[in-house]
Design a binder for this molecule. Structure first.
Ligand SMILES: [Zn+2]
Ligand SMILES: [Zn+2]
Length: 371
């Protein structure tokens, strides 16, 4: 969709009879020949013409329904991505599927109780259950990734993840975790993490991170990756490549006796050498019966993380890299979506890892770990 096509349209962009009302914003932006009806849909949909005119070639926030809207119109967004509500109704999980303690209340009580405890060493039975949960997580991520294309909404990706998860008799770990409303996180362009699937369609040139986590037989698996939507620009390609490379470099350091604080030393130099900054506010984490627990794993250099890796520990590494030099983030009023402060793009990759006697096993490994 381009501004030229919309502006030369002979009918209202929502199919209502056109009228030749003069739009003051269009005039100011120098758009000629833009027709629109005088009905309610004008107010929301006609704005798209303005956005296209102001940001030619950039991502535009379009949904499939003319009823979708930005719930935070007065918020100062840092980039071009906008939330597009209404969110779809909460998806249900069949009663026979075991669920974590927060599924009903939103409060992860066991996780809060265990806060501050040292990382746990898992038994071989537990490790086998983690292998299964992580393999299923990867399967679901791959299924979701196979649907990434211009024109699909992130809510449709959420539905795909949700259904693939419950088909495997698993519970989507994010659903109602601290009241998070959806079964997956979808983070587009300048969104660093925790993007909430909504009515926005993916656009050619976007990048999207899909973060899948699921709870199977009492244990969580957690994996994410960033994907191009069609053809993406060179900076975005470099960002995705560098983020994956930095994760792979940090995984290579993992073995019994290695220090958690050293992982950032592998990640940050690769990021900097490629013109990227490492996000500091979000970290990797221990994972097993609890979704998030110790160890806490920062991805930047010179961090003060405590702890040594031991055989039988399981945790994630999940670096988020921003194009440019600014590593800080800002949150949308939904209290989840974190974006870069300068609107530049951000990418992330995540694997769940087991420390073995000889090194590390990537429990969520895909067929081709590098893109
Ligand atoms: Zn994750
Ligand atoms: Zn994680």
């Amino acid at each position: 969709m381009s501004s030229a096509v919309l502006c030369q349209s002979e009918t209202c962009i929502n199919g209502n009879p056109p009228s030749r009302m003069e739009c003051p914003t269009c005039s100011k932006l120098g758009i000629r020949g833009s027709f629109f009806c005088s009905q309610e849909c004008y107010k929301r949909a006609h704005k798209l013409i303005h956005e296209l005119a102001k940001n030619p070639g950039s991502s535009v926030n379009v949904g499939k329904s003319p009823d979708s809207y930005n719930p935070f119109p007065n918020f100062s967004f840092t980039g071009t991505v906008r939330p597009l509500y209404p969110l779809s109704p909460r998806r249900t999980v069949p009663g026979h599927i075991p669920r974590p303690d927060y599924a009903t209340t939103g409060r992860p009580n066991s996780e809060m109780r265990e806060a501050g405890q040292p990382p746990r060493i898992l038994s071989s039975e537990e490790i086998e259950k983690m292998r299964t949960a992580c393999r299923l997580s990867r399967e679901v991520l791959d299924i979701a990734a196979s649907h990434v294309r211009a024109g699909i909404t992130t809510d449709e990706l959420d539905e795909i993840v949700h259904n693939a998860t419950i088909e495997r008799n698993a519970y989507p770990s994010t659903l109602n975790y601290r009241n998070y409303p959806k079964s997956v996180c979808t983070s587009i362009n300048e969104v660093i993490c925790h993007g909430i699937p909504d009515q926005r369609i993916l656009q050619e040139g976007d990048i999207v991170n899909i973060d899948v986590s699921l709870f199977y037989d009492g244990y969580h698996g957690d994996v994410n990756a960033t994907y191009p939507v069609g053809k993406i620009d060179e900076d975005s390609q470099k960002l995705i490549r560098t983020t994956r490379e930095s994760l792979d470099a940090s995984i290579k350091l993992c073995k019994p006796g290695a220090l958690f604080r050293d992982l950032g030393k592998a990640i940050e130099p690769i990021a900097r050498a490629n013109g990227c900054a490492v996000v500091r506010s979000y970290t990797g984490h221990g994972i097993h019966e609890l979704f998030h627990c110790s160890p806490n794993i920062p991805h930047y250099a010179k961090n003060k993380a405590v702890g040594t890796m031991k055989t039988g520990m399981i945790f994630t590494i999940e670096p988020m890299l921003n194009l440019g030099t600014n590593w800080s983030e800002i949150h949308w009023p939904d209290n989840w979506t974190a974006t870069t402060v300068d609107g530049k793009r951000s990418a992330q990759f995540e694997e769940t890892l087991l420390i073995t006697e000889t090194g590390v096993e990537i429990l969520t490994a895909g067929r081709s770990p590098s893109i």
